[in-house]
Ligand binder design. Structure first.
Ligand code: ZN
Length: 431
């Protein structure tokens, strides 16, 4: 229902800078200009010209696949797909790379963001429209954070370069130390730790559902989801799992950003907590109760579609850079990216749902599938738990009780841990 799109903020900063008619790629050996072409108002550069200027290679494979090969980076692209692959990292692009007249054009974002962030040893000077090589000063120091490396002063560490040149070529640089810049984000996760991303539904001006039906509204979904999410975080942390919460206060986080937060921090599991309400307002509706767990897929039943539309409604509170933009291609790609986790998401949903039977008064409404915007943005097993109906007098009271909130949190935490240990053994302990 909602044309919610992902990752569109990525190119906002560079889009506001003036776009030059050409850029100069400068290193200790050469300085080569690369034209910037505008098509449909969007700046692009030729992939072959950019690679030549950077002493790299553009590799053309079958099925519209391309690889940009530089000394420190191999980036895989597909014509028409707005994502790039760097090892297991998926980098969202503002626009898809596109082949026209047999030539692959890259969005300008490659010059302003992708190469500086991931290629290792380049920064983009927008005021001079220059993509400059520098030698990362990492050989005798611990690897820098991306922020540090981005602000590193160009040095002449390489002995092959002339001292009069302020910048050394990447070819003269020591053996690559920076294999891959970690994705941006406040949390860096040690390889052997697992990270659970907990998303408290709604927040700020988006109250979610209010209830119960038939009395003055005192049950507010955003407060209960946050209370349960915080307890879930506490329990998981106490059991040695790293936790990242998409929000810890009464604020609105765009649906697309919730997944993005999870991705950029390399979450292993994404759990969104919500409270349910029927789509109508009658005495029968007031009796709807129970818990259900969703994973991402096309909604199949009317009921699934109702919950999907209700939870996706949050998008109407999002404005400006967070607002939804409709690009049907991005939908397809995002679904494709999520698809590889469909099986895991479904397993996780089943594990959580089965666990809740032990503590929740019910009824058990089962595992459901729907196309939630919040799940769509996360490239990891992702589920949305409807912990009960705030529209029901009895369930609103149940969900508001701190002890019950803890019981639900402990139960969900147990299921997540059990799922993670299964998942770990299936994939041999690595991700
Ligand atoms: Zn909700």
């Amino acid at each position: 229902m909602i044309g919610l799109l992902l990752f569109l903020q990525i190119g906002v900063a560079s889009a506001s800078a003036p776009i030059p008619t050409f850029i100069v790629v400068r290193d200790g050996v050469s300085s080569v200009s690369v034209p910037v072409t505008i098509d449909g108002g969007q700046p692009s550069v030729r992939a072959d010209a950019l690679m030549r200027a950077m002493h790299g290679t553009l590799i053309t494979s079958t099925n519209l696949h391309y690889t940009l090969s530089l000394s420190r980076m191999r980036l895989d692209l597909i014509d028409g797909i707005p994502f790039a692959k760097l090892d297991s990292l998926t980098i969202p692009l503002t626009r898809a790379p596109q082949v026209r007249g047999g030539v692959l054009y890259l969005p300008f974002q490659f010059v302003s963001e992708v190469i500086p962030r991931y290629a290792g040893g380049y920064f983009y000077d927008a005021s001079h429209a220059e993509l400059r090589a520098f030698t990362p000063t990492v050989a005798i120091r611990p690897p820098p954070t991306p922020q540090q490396s981005a602000s590193t002063t160009p040095t002449t560490a390489g002995s092959a370069a002339s001292p009069s040149l302020p910048i050394t070529t990447t070819a003269a640089a020591p053996a690559p130390v920076i294999r891959k810049a970690p994705a941006p984000g406040p949390v860096s996760k040690p390889a052997d730790r697992q990270l659970v991303v907990i998303d408290a539904g709604h927040g700020g001006p988006d109250h979610g559902m209010t209830g119960p039906i038939g009395s003055a509204p005192w049950f507010v979904e955003k407060d209960v989801t946050l209370a349960v999410a915080k307890k879930l975080a506490t329990v998981l942390r106490a059991r040695g799992v790293d936790v990242l919460m998409t929000r810890t206060t009464d604020t609105l986080i765009a649906l697309a950003d919730r997944g993005k937060i999870a991705n950029s921090n390399h979450g292993d599991v994404f759990i969104s907590i919500h409270c349910n309400a029927p789509g109508y307002n009658t005495a029968a509706a007031a009796r709807e109760r129970g818990f259900e767990t969703y994973f991402l897929a096309e909604a199949k039943s009317e009921d699934e579609r109702r919950v999907q539309d209700m939870e996706n409604e949050s998008v109407k509170f999002e404005t400006g850079a967070n607002a939804a933009k409709g690009d049907p291609l991005n939908f397809i790609i995002t679904d494709m990216a999520q698809n590889e986790h469909l099986r895991e998401s479904s397993d996780l949903a089943q594990t959580i749902q089965n666990g809740l039977i032990e503590v929740h008064p019910g009824p058990n409404r089962g595992v459901q599938q729907a196309n939630f915007a919040v799940l769509r943005g996360s490239y990891m097993p992702a589920v949305l738990v409807e912990i009960g109906f705030g529209s029901s007098q009895s369930e609103a009271a149940y969900l508001s009780d701190q002890g019950n909130q803890y019981a639900l949190a402990r139960n969900i935490a147990g299921s997540v841990l059990s799922y993670l240990s299964h998942y770990e053994s299936r994939v041999g302990g690595t991700r």
